[in-house]
Each structure stands twice: as C-alpha cells, then as structure tokens.
Design a protein around this ligand. Structure first.
Ligand code: ZN
Length: 241
C-alpha cells in the first residue's frame, strides 16, 4: 500500500460557499477522493489548523507521498513544519504540489527560487499538451486534452529548470505554461501540476485524476532508500599497495 497524505490549508468546513458549490467536500475532499477510490492507496487528510499544521513527525514518517494544496495561507505554515517536510523529501518521501501551492513555503524551500508566475482569473479554456508520453506519470493520457476553464498561470514561472518537463498548458488568452514538472531532491521525487483552481471543476477531469494517481505511484517513497542525511564513514574498498 502507498500511504498518501493529502494536505490543504483548510478543512472542508472552512471553505467558502463558492468552493463548496463546486466541491461539496472542499478541495481537500475532492483531491483525497481521487486516491481513495484506488486499491493501492491508503489515504489520510491533514490541514493547517490541526496541531503542527497536521504534519507531525509521526504522520510524515508514515507518509510515502504528500499531496499539497495551499492558496492564501502559505505564510502561516510554521518554519519547523517546512523544515520537517523538506527533510522527509530529502530522505525519500514523494511530494506532489498542486496549483496555487506553487508559491508555498515548502515549494520555495525545495526549489530555492520564488516560484512566482503571471496569472489571471478569466475562466480561460486550457489545452494541455503531453510532451513526454513515455513518462510513467503520463501513462494512459492522450497527446492533448482540454479543461473547460482554468485560472491562467503564465511564464515566466520562476522555478529552476525541471529535471523533466512533462506537459505544456496553452490558454485561450494566448499564454503558455510549464504545467507538469518533475524534480529530484535528495532521495525524494517532486511533481508540480498546475490545474486545480478552487472554484473550477478540473479535479473532476478524468485525465487530471489519472495524472495525479500516476504521479503518486511514481513519487512514492522507496523505503529501501530511506537514508539518514548525515555522511557516513566508508572504509577503503581496495587495499593500498
Ligand atoms: Zn487558483
């Protein structure tokens, strides 16, 4: 079983009526549901107002993939929680950062950049082009697919060059965006995926769900590679002559 922790800055109860009209269980519930209906995932949810932002050492130790959605409360995630998540990623925990999580403190910490971008909310149609169809995250996804409306995220997206760029988004506003990016940090794998504005319906799209399910399997922590962060003494492999 892959242990997935879905994190959000709000519980569904704290979401606005506009959000709940689209996602009755909140964004947190909608994202959790796409993993809960798969047999190989064991899912828990966590959110900001819980003790230690819902991400205690015990919970992270039991997490193979952390899925992160945040929007306007990035600054309220405590330093020690950001550091704790970072350490787990470096030791091999997978991290999937969704939509407005691009500017979360954990994303900035792991990228080393501001992760800023250009944006507007005009309910633009978005067309996503898969540019690495052989990557496991894109298994079963067609060459391109459309989302009827999304928040426009445009370049330049201030990230380091992705280790793998899997999809480009095009919007009817004429903008383009690196919508699906993979990064390696230490022993951990990170996937950033752009769709998912809280008042639009992208988390019901079958390909968005498939990409995120594939991504969780790709990023899942390999417990055999769960290494401490300290350097270790290494005796010589060959005798000196
Ligand atoms: Zn948004």
């Amino acid at each position: 079983m892959i242990h997935v922790t879905v994190w959000n800055e709000d519980s569904a109860a704290e979401s606005s009526e506009k959000v709940l009209a689209v996602y009755p269980q909140g964004v947190l519930g909608a994202v959790a549901a796409m993993f809960e209906n798969q047999q190989d995932f064991q899912v828990r949810t966590a959110y900001l107002s819980q003790e230690e932002a819902g991400l205690t050492e015990e919970i992270l130790e039991d997490t193979d993939v952390l899925v992160w959605w945040g929007h306007c409360k990035h600054g309220l995630v405590p330093d020690e929680v950001v550091t704790r998540v970072q350490q787990h990623v470096l030791r091999g925990m997978g991290l999937i950062v969704l939509h407005s999580g691009h500017e979360s403190r954990i994303m900035q910490r792991l990228m080393g950049t501001q992760c800023s971008l250009r944006w507007h909310e005009n309910n633009d149609k978005e067309r996503l082009f898969v540019i690495e169809p052989s990557h496991p995250i894109m298994r079963g996804v067609p060459a391109w697919f459309e989302l009827e409306a999304e928040e426009m995220y445009g370049e330049r997206f201030d990230i380091p060059k992705p280790d793998e760029l899997l999809a480009i988004g095009w919007y009817e506003s004429g903008d383009v965006f690196r919508s699906a990016c993979c990064f390696n940090r230490g022993y951990g794998k990170i996937f950033y995926f752009q769709p998912g504005h809280e008042t639009l319906r992208s988390y019901y799209n079958e390909y968005v769900k498939l990409i995120l399910q594939n991504a969780a399997r790709w990023a899942a922590r390999n417990r055999e590679l769960d290494r401490p962060l300290r350097s270790e003494f290494a005796p010589a492999l060959e005798e000196k002559r």
